[in-house]
Ligand binder design. Structure first.
Ligand code: BG6
Length: 492
């Protein structure tokens, strides 16, 4: 662990992400003995607060959000590493003092000048902070590494993402930039490649000859909560599709990489996005559905419409739901549609990938039958983690008849419980310098190229919102999108 020695600096130290994810992740990393002996965490926030006050706050956060129970010995180890540094990071003159502060900590903790700067702040501050790091020479001069971690959203469209990227590249090389997509830290997302490339039974049929369609559904029961201001400028397209859904899509559809090195994987992923067919006006009209929730009932409780949420305009046309049918125009996938959907305030909060295989010819057992249960492979990302597989078998209890057998590792496999939080894995990878689970610039760029066209369409189209009730599964049009192809969303 010695070569991971460093100071981990978090901009946004009093923010929601730091409390809910980053500090609890560090707690579990300390617990799992993955944090080196020579290590410090500096959390930067604008608020004037004593070390004690800050630590009291994050103690509460760890108690509430850590996946493992609070243990005072571990907490003491962690809290000794944490230093709260009050600083308004828009003050360009303050960075020199921060630099001196970090250099002093270097002496104290023997961290070799190694740095990770984690920007857990609103995206409008990314450039300012990177510039501040450059002007004060903080972006250079470590013994081993100096890394920059950027939370999403990376830009709000292709142009702003490119501008941001160019500004960052003036200061950091691509190899030192870690663009976070926390879905990539989830166990089941990492398992996609394992399932595909460690099982001949799956890889052999993973193509348009055998797969009828693939569905990626990330549905949430939560509304926008206190994030109305952010969400108004984002919507489901920027919040979930451009990043999480497109990342999952690339892992599901990519060709086998030539090895497991990060750039081999990332190159294959990028090619998937590049192969998404041209998006014509005709395509947009027929294949893209947007929705916004009205009021309704979730888990027995009345909940307000999106337009009634805090910091949301009462005639907002921001989409809280999107369903899209995509084609990946390459040899493996031409003709097999990918249906993706995501939405807030839906009846179920699940994240799943469904691979629906083609049915058998209507002969033998299926002679004169209209309906055949297809083989389904479901990768359950959350809240259950595991794999479901459905295949046809004889009905043992009857003289004849065929019924689907359902195998589901997510309910029976105890080792899937209590999986490491995505952020634990991601933070550990940042320290190890493994960027496989982070998005390379060309992936982000290709994702924006597709997403931008869909977003522009949504902005021009006059869609009557709200068009689905909270507690439903989204607008009717999302069901029609599949029904007109003779298909349906699976929800098993
Ligand atoms: C975030 C989005 O990236 O992902 C949120 O900004 C969303 O709006 C969240 O709720 C979903 O993540 P998870 O891990 O809870 O499925």
């Amino acid at each position: 662990n010695d070569n991971l020695s460093s100071i981990f600096v978090i901009f946004g130290g009093t923010g929601d992400l730091t409390h809910r994810k980053l500090i609890p992740a560090f707690y579990n990393l300390v617990r799992d003995k993955l944090i080196p002996e020579h290590f410090a965490i500096v959390t930067i926030g604008r608020r004037g607060m004593s070390q004690e006050e800050y630590k009291r706050d994050i103690y509460t956060a760890v108690n509430k959000y850590s996946r493992k129970k609070m243990d005072d010995v571990i907490w003491n180890q962690l809290q000794a590493m944490i230093h709260y540094y009050p600083f308004d990071f828009t003050d360009i003159y303050g960075y020199h003092a921060l630099n001196s502060y970090l250099q002093d900590l270097d002496q104290k903790f023997q961290t070799n000048g190694n740095r990770v700067f984690y920007l857990a702040v609103a995206p409008e501050y990314f450039e300012t902070i990177v510039q501040g790091l450059k002007n004060s020479n903080m972006s250079c001069c470590s013994r081993d590494f100096n890394r920059l971690v950027i939370e999403k959203p990376f830009g709000k469209d292709l142009t702003t993402a490119r501008n941001l990227n160019n500004k960052i590249l003036e200061v950091y090389p691509e190899t030192s930039i870690y663009r976070i997509d926390h879905y990539l830290g989830k166990e089941m997302i990492q398992n996609i490649m394992v399932l595909r490339f460690a099982n001949s039974v799956f890889e052999a049929v993973w193509n348009n000859k055998y797969v009828d369609n693939i569905q990626i559904s990330l549905t949430e029961t939560l509304g926008v909560g206190s994030r109305g201001g952010y969400y108004e400028r984002s919507g489901a397209m920027r919040d979930m599709i451009q990043n999480h859904i497109f990342q999952i899509l690339t892992l599901i559809a990519m060709e086998p990489p030539i090895n497991l090195q990060m750039d081999s994987i990332r190159s294959e992923k990028q090619k998937v996005l590049a192969a998404i067919e041209d998006i014509s006006p005709e395509f947009l009209k027929n294949n893209v559905i947007f929705g916004q929730y009205g009021k309704g009932i979730i888990e027995g409780k009345d909940v307000p419409a999106y337009r009634e949420e805090k910091n949301v305009s009462d005639n907002s046309d921001t989409e809280t739901f999107a369903a899209i049918k995509l084609h990946i125009n390459n040899f493996r996938w031409a003709g097999t549609p990918f249906y993706v959907r995501t939405g807030k305030r839906l009846a179920n909060g699940t994240a799943e990938i469904v691979v629906q295989f083609k049915t058998m010819p209507n002969i033998l057992y299926f002679k004169d039958k209209d309906i055949q249960e297809p083989n389904l492979l479901i990768l359950r990302i959350q809240p259950n983690v595991g794999v479901y597989f459905q295949f046809n078998t004889k009905d043992y209890h009857a003289h004849s008849g065929i019924i689907p057998a359902k195998m589901d590792t997510s309910t029976h496999n105890p080792i899937q419980g209590n999986t490491p939080e995505a952020y634990e894995r991601l933070i550990y990878d940042i320290l190890r310098g493994d960027a496989s689970l982070f998005s390379r610039w060309d992936e982000v760029e290709s994702a924006w190229m597709v997403a931008d066209q869909l977003i522009q369409y949504r902005e021009q189209a006059k869609i009557h919102f709200p068009n689905y009730a909270a507690g439903s599964m989204g607008p009717d049009a999302s069901f029609e999108l599949l029904a007109k192809d003779g298909r349906k969303w699976w929800n098993i």
